[in-house]
Write a protein that binds this ligand. Sequence first.
Ligand code: NAD
Length: 288
Amino acid sequence: MSTTLFIGLGRMGAPMATLHAQALATAVFDLSSEAVASVSEAGGATPVTDLKSIPGDVDTVILMLPSSRQVEETLSGEEGLLHRLGEGALIIDMSSSEPTSTRSLAQRAQEHGIDYVDAPVSGGVPKAKTGELSILVGGSAEAVERAMPHLEVMGSTIIHVGDEGAGDAAKAINNLVSASNIAVACEALTVAQNFGIDPAKMAEVLNSATGRSQASELKITKYILPHDFTSGFAYDLMLKDMTIARGLAESLETPVTATAFDKLSTGRAQLGDAPDHTEISRLYGLGQ
Ligand code: NAD
């Protein structure tokens, strides 16, 4: 018998871990004991209340944490899982992490005889619930093959992008495009409104014409126009992903995404506590 330890049961991790537990033997941990209890009940997972006492047959660890900071804290140091998992274990980091941190952790994992795969996801909470996420994978062919039975439970599209860190880089670049698209769509509605066109009518135009995007079809229509900022993806997590992608673009000429990043990062202070990422629209006076 082997057990997978799933760490990080937030907006994304809870539904992902529930699906994982329904398919494969799973133990779950989060700093929130309520989250541990709720996922254990929903998915039939084994609750873990302290990472110092994990089940003895854990050979795979899946992480779905906010950022590389928490991933490093969990894996590194004397008490970290890199020291406590046995040789031959597998770590799958599904958080949207920093590619350079991932490369360094993968290197250290290898020194302990542990396989390491980065497998960040796209699709948000709705696709996490249905197991239809897009999963962007980085790692060696052998490690990715080992990870596949776990990933297939949670995703319907799985792309092996390249070596360790490549999944994280691709995820950050995708979110740079996604956030820039939301900003562009908001600007389009503002320009239309200034000319006297109802923003909802302009959204209808974008969605039936070549200006459409996932941002115009979903984010504008479902969250921004109704002023219902409940997408479940935090503004600060989006900004973290954009910061990672801008770091990758540092020496390149990329003025369009640089401007979008500048708008979102300088606008953050206007948005108060824990805004949803769709509140980008408030920077344009839409959705106030
Ligand atoms: P979240 O804030 O809802 O959940 C994070 C969870 O991690 C919380 O339950 C928190 O208690 C737990 N946690 C934090 N530090 C911990 C630690 N040291 N040990 C154990 N548990 C810890 O975040 P989320 O929205 O679920 O996002 C998770 C990751 O997925 C992020 O990297 C994010 O960028 C990415 N992501 C999110 C979405 C989305 O739509 N929310 C979509 C794609 C990718």
